[in-house]
Design a protein around this ligand. Structure first.
Ligand code: BG6
Length: 487
């Protein structure tokens, strides 16, 4: 029997996580093609708690391509594309052992279906990974972080089209071949279960491409294609990078029943499956039995090829990575109360929890719970690849930023993370979301800040882009230096 660890392993991967579309900017430089995120508008301040995910039509998207960049902050990000060396120096100062980044698919294959990759894009990531390695920071690379080529939406109908499986496999093969000596940790699709909430962001489906009554089936069909694409990336990783590891990635949502009413508990089970279905397929290699009934009852028929089951079964992920920001409350139909906002999943309000300025319910114990649930179910290593507090920061007259609320949020979550490890959970690492302020994914605001490093830029894109250290910078630096002993 393996011995239970009571403290974090010495090679624990401490660090931070960002996504290309939220930091890089330079959306049309060096041959990069249009990504679906380049046409997502900033949400108005009065709508910031609504969590309304864009679901545009093809015509809308085309008209957005003609509009000025100022409405689309992800086009300019925080200029990481040109400033990554300066930012990596700060990560090094923080003591990072790892940085999670994503590769923008559109820098490598600008349209997704190009015959040849774009050398300038490949070169950029060569430079980025070299810079990280030079600073002893392990790159953790996500292949697809909500930023697929827009052309694959407009011309193919997004992930509803099976052709995307091979196009993605080609992209994965290209980058793994190129970076096999530099990148050992890979992640396939960011928050793959988000496809149930956001057909456009996760799967590139446009509103005019699917009739409303067929949408649920299209979402599950798209998920099936992503499972296959993910399995092909797993196959490529294991073949090309013998010492590499590749994981799936989900929103690590923990669902609580609104009451002990058995029907509320049943609803909670159903909601919990919106996470577990996605890990079940990628960790166990087959569709769980409970989905057969769900598909039958919802009139969903997944189109599969004879070889699909084998592809899934033969290519299991090595670890389970997940984001964790909040928990959620489920109630039986018709019995709900006031709802709360959240990252992609809406929930009922939990009277025992406080919420962030964006309405996300803060629940450190939920992190311990979901870690235990994943580990008991699969007994595979976990990796927390996103966690953090999006908050408004105030710059004092002396330029300092006293973000004790962020320190408190992280301290409480790390305490629970350590509890889970003491419970027996195997954990590879922890990468805090947005270690440097970046463009919010859901609202495209700059003022929703997660960073230990402040970036001087406002919601309209004005500012010097100068970087500075917040109080949390020094706190996290100590956490890493003591391997989590001093929180
Ligand atoms: C996760 C995404 O859902 O949450 C990130 O993977 C995102 O891309 C993060 O930034 C926080 O969400 P937001 O909307 O506050 O940026």
């Amino acid at each position: 029997m393996m011995k239970r660890e009571t403290s974090l392993p010495h090679n624990f991967l401490w660090g931070g996580a960002v996504a290309a579309n939220q930091v890089e900017g330079a959306y049309n430089e060096d041959g990069k093609g249009w990504a679906i995120t380049d046409v997502v508008k900033r949400v108005k301040p009065e709508d910031r708690r609504k969590m309304a995910f864009p679901f545009p039509t093809s015509e809308e998207v085309k008209s957005f391509m003609e509009m000025d960049d100022e409405h689309f902050p992800k086009r300019y990000g925080i200029d990481f594309y040109h400033r990554y060396k300066e930012d990596i120096a700060l990560f090094k100062e923080l003591g990072f052992k790892a940085l999670r980044v994503s590769i923008a698919w559109t820098r490598i294959y600008p349209n997704g279906d190009d015959a040849e990759p774009n050398e300038a894009g490949l070169k950029f990531y060569d430079n980025l990974f070299d810079e990280l390695l030079k600073n002893d920071i392990e790159p953790i690379v996500t292949l697809s972080h909500y930023e697929m080529p827009l052309n694959l939406s407009l011309e193919y109908g997004g992930w509803t089209n099976r052709k995307l499986v091979d196009l993605f496999a080609q992209y994965a093969e290209t980058v793994m071949t190129r970076y096999k000596d530099k990148v050992k940790y890979w992640i396939t699709f960011n928050e793959i279960n988000c496809i149930l909430m956001s057909p456009y962001i996760s799967a590139g489906i446009l509103r005019d491409q699917v009739a409303e009554e067929d949408l649920l089936e299209a979402q599950y069909q798209a998920a099936h294609h992503q499972f296959l694409a993910s399995a092909k990336a797993v196959e490529a990783c294991h073949r090309l990078i013998p010492d590499g590891q590749i994981g799936c990635m989900v929103i690590g949502m923990i669902n609580y029943p609104n009451s002990p009413h058995p029907e509320d508990v049943l609803e909670t089970l159903y909601d919990q499956r919106k996470t577990f279905f996605f890990t079940d397929v990628q960790v166990r290699g087959h569709y769980p039995m409970y989905m057969q009934r769900f598909f039958e009852e919802h009139g969903i028929e997944i189109k599969k090829q004879p070889e699909d089951d084998q592809i899934l079964q033969n290519n299991l992920v090595d670890f389970i990575s997940f984001s964790y920001y909040m928990s959620s409350v489920s109630a039986r139909p018709g019995a709900g109360g006031e709802s709360a906002a959240g990252n992609l999943l809406t929930s009922l309000k939990n009277p025992y929890l406080e919420a962030s300025d964006w309405g996300w319910q803060i629940d450190p114990v939920g992190l311990r719970l979901i870690m235990n649930m994943f580990y008991e179910r699969y007994e595979k290593p976990l990796f927390i690849v996103e966690n953090g507090l999006g908050a408004f920061d105030k710059v004092e007259d002396d330029g300092r930023i006293h973000d004790d609320y962020r320190i408190e949020y992280l301290r409480q979550h790390l305490t629970q993370m350590k509890e889970a490890v003491a419970d027996g959970v195997e954990l590879l690492g922890y990468t805090a979301w947005g270690p440097i302020d970046l463009i919010s994914f859901s609202t495209s605001e700059m003022s929703k800040r997660y960073g230990f490093i402040y970036v001087d830029q406002d919601d309209d894109g004005n500012g010097t882009l100068e970087r500075s250290r917040k109080d949390s910078f020094y706190w996290y630096q100590k956490v890493i230096a003591t391997n989590g002993e001093e929180l």
